[in-house]
Design a protein around this ligand. Structure first.
Ligand code: SF4
Length: 290
């Protein structure tokens, strides 16, 4: 039996699928609680502390994030059109304090797509992903793994910078599940315009966005996994549009590989060893290319 107690409709629309998680859909906003956790959904997402003891009673719910889906133009044909639309996204509260949306960039025909966590301070200022210290390190690792840096696409699971102010400094804060879930429609939309052979997931936040909360990068890093079968809700990625009137086709076979985020290398006690591990994982991705 699915526990539907605690489902809260936003804009009066609720959609529940078989696994008991309210996922909404384009234009549907819902929040879901299951087993005491606020699990959110692809549609609207509750921000707060979830429910008490799985009874469905809300405790400390402070905000509803409508999710990005309502900001995605259904007929967008290109990544540029998605990027332009994402500039106005208010799918969660992160847009309020960040400078701008930082959408993915790179070669739309890339054979390798990297998915990171969220933009950092420098990315937020420049409006481009992976232009800060972690991005520079990633580019070096891409070179060392013999991947072609001209044929990659870089994006993040969450498109706005989450931070807290300490004095004048903006200190990175890891996005919560509510932000990951609210922003996921942009990631899904990006994937409909890309056709990679390998998706490289960088760090735990990106892994949660694509593979679900139970995936552990530390356990499965460097391992080629079948995509989209390995995804959380693989049906989101199984079909790709072939034209702007809504025809779709099966997504081409792709593999996925998870590794650490380059910022974890910068934070590591033994940076050389951590860097070698990152390059070793990326080398697995490079060898998987045909
Ligand atoms: S983080 Fe994502 S969902 Fe939230 S406002 Fe930014 S683009 Fe929209």
């Amino acid at each position: 039996m699915h526990d539907r107690r605690g489902l809260v409709g936003v804009d009066g629309a609720v959609d529940v699928i078989d696994d008991g998680v309210a996922r909404g859909g384009w234009g549907v906003g819902v929040a879901a609680w299951r087993g005491g956790d606020c699990v959110g959904g692809v549609g609207g997402v509750g921000v707060g502390s979830g429910v008490e003891g799985g009874t469905g009673r809300k405790v400390g719910m402070v905000e509803i994030a409508p999710g990005a889906q309502q900001f995605i133009p259904p007929q967008a044909d290109t990544l540029d059109e998605l990027r332009a639309a994402a500039a106005g996204c208010q799918g969660c509260e992160l847009y309020r304090n960040a400078s701008q949306t930082v959408f993915g960039r790179g070669d739309a025909t890339a054979r390798v797509v990297f998915v990171g966590e969220q933009p950092g301070d420098m990315e937020d200022q420049k409006g481009l992903p992976f232009v800060g210290p972690a991005g520079r390190l990633l580019r070096r690792a891409v070179d060392d793994a013999k991947l072609d840096p001209g044929h990659i696409y870089l994006t993040n699971a969450v498109k706005h910078f989450r931070f807290e102010l300490r004095g004048k400094r903006r200190i990175h804060q890891t996005p919560d599940r509510v932000h990951i879930t609210a922003c996921r429609p942009w990631l899904v939309a990006e994937f409909t315009k890309l056709n990679p052979q390998v998706i490289v997931v960088l760090g735990a936040t990106a892994a949660k966005a694509l593979l679900g909360p139970s995936f552990r990068v530390t356990r499965q890093r460097g391992e080629l996994l079948p995509w989209p079968a390995a995804a959380e809700h693989p049906e989101d990625f199984q079909r790709v549009p072939v034209d702007s009137v809504g025809d779709t086709a099966d997504a081409p076979p792709t593999q996925l590989l998870a590794t650490i985020h380059p910022s974890a290398v910068l934070r590591a006690d033994d940076q050389d060893k951590a860097y070698e591990g990152l390059v070793a994982d990326l080398t697995v991705a490079a060898r998987a290319l045909t």
